[in-house]
Design a protein around this ligand. Structure first.
Ligand SMILES: [Zn+2]
Ligand SMILES: [Zn+2]
Ligand SMILES: [Zn+2]
Length: 360
């Protein structure tokens, strides 16, 4: 290791959505933001009063999908008892976990990720995780096929109360909605603009950069080395077909994105066998995060090319990905007021600390 890098104080523009930016200010004495409360993890396997535990199936709506289809279930998808959207009753001006305001109809379902009540994602077997994402893929396809008015099916997971989870049992959610969420819409729009200028996918460019980038910044006067940027400095985890990278301009200090190495816009087009590698990369990434910021609350959500006709021509410019956003600090008034996120830890340091975790 070389000496600690000089403090950074710079505004970084999100390369995918240039209207978003983050102030990276690592100077000593920068007041750290207030920390989110860490959640004491409920590690019990079985809780008699929990509606999502095995044996309590009668306490949820009937299964829409289960894996396996016969015998004791490992994964179940059921209707959400308290939907933010229902296809029977249009509602307006709703806010849900990801701060989107949506209007209208849709479907809201719960994916019970695992029969064990308090298991963490990194503790699930790679085989189980692969099956989980295969089942989600199947269900998303069914939802899109069932109603052509639906523009997007969003998969997301909330872990911990600040991240919006109301039931402790490990679960994620599917929301089929008539609009494309705004943050995804921005990515679709800007990545298309990038493609029209550069004839390549901005996500593919970022992956190439994360895998090969190397630079040395010299002092203009003295010629001394001011900063040396290492190869693969944004890389967190690499599988055969997927990669986990720390975005260069991320909103959250420990935000990590997982993307297919080969260009693919639509998650639903990802072959079943590739999801095994996705699961392995997800498990290892979550294990690294758990080691460094264990107990932190987090959200993850899947961004994929929407199925609706309005987005058919985004296949070459968009690249599906899973965004993992741990909540380790509470946004300050400055951040909320300016829309400029502040990071007192540089993305380069965060990636290095995640890479340094020894996994077996
Ligand atoms: Zn439970
Ligand atoms: Zn791409
Ligand atoms: Zn995204």
């Amino acid at each position: 290791m070389t000496d600690a890098p000089p403090p950074i104080r710079e505004i970084r523009i999100n390369p995918i959505v240039p209207t978003e930016s983050v102030l990276v200010a690592t100077a000593r004495g920068m007041r750290p933001r207030e920390a989110e409360e860490r959640v004491a993890r409920d590690t019990r396997n079985q809780v008699d009063t929990c509606p999502f535990c095995r044996g309590n199936e009668a306490r949820t709506p009937p299964s829409l999908r289960t894996y396996p289809e016969v015998g004791p279930w490992d994964i179940r998808i059921v209707e959400n008892l308290y939907p933010v959207l229902g296809d029977d009753r249009p509602q307006s001006n709703l806010a849900f976990g990801l701060q989107q305001v949506i209007d209208g109809y849709g479907r809201h379902e719960v994916v019970i990720d695992h029969p064990h009540h308090g298991i963490s994602v990194h503790e699930m077997s790679p085989g189980h995780l692969a099956q989980l994402f295969r089942l989600v893929q199947t269900r998303m396809g069914e939802l899109y096929a069932a109603d052509p008015r639906l523009s997007y099916v969003l998969l997301f997971k909330n872990f911990g109360r600040a991240a919006g989870a109301s039931i402790a049992h490990t679960h994620s959610q599917l929301i089929a909605m008539p609009v494309v969420p705004e943050n995804l819409h921005n990515e679709l729009h800007h990545s298309r603009a990038y493609f029209l200028r550069h004839s390549q996918c901005v996500f593919c460019s970022l992956i190439d950069e994360a895998l090969t980038f190397e630079a040395t910044i010299y002092d203009r006067q003295s010629g001394a080395v001011r900063r040396r940027i290492d190869v693969g400095q944004y890389l967190v985890e690499r599988g055969e077909r997927f990669v986990a990278i720390k975005p260069f301009a991320s909103r959250f200090e420990w935000e990590v994105h997982i993307l297919p190495l080969e260009h693919q816009a639509d998650f639903l087009q990802t072959p079943s066998e590739a999801l095994a590698d996705f699961a392995a990369v997800l498990k290892r990434t979550m294990a690294r995060l758990d080691w460094v910021i264990g107990g932190a609350q987090y959200n993850y959500f899947l961004h994929s090319q929407p199925r609706s006709n309005a987005f058919w021509d985004h296949a070459t410019s968009f690249h599906w990905h899973l965004e993992i956003c741990p909540r380790t600090s509470i946004p300050t008034g400055f951040e909320l007021g300016s829309g400029l996120f502040v990071s007192t830890l540089s993305p380069e340091d965060a990636a290095a600390r995640l890479r340094a975790v020894m996994l077996d």
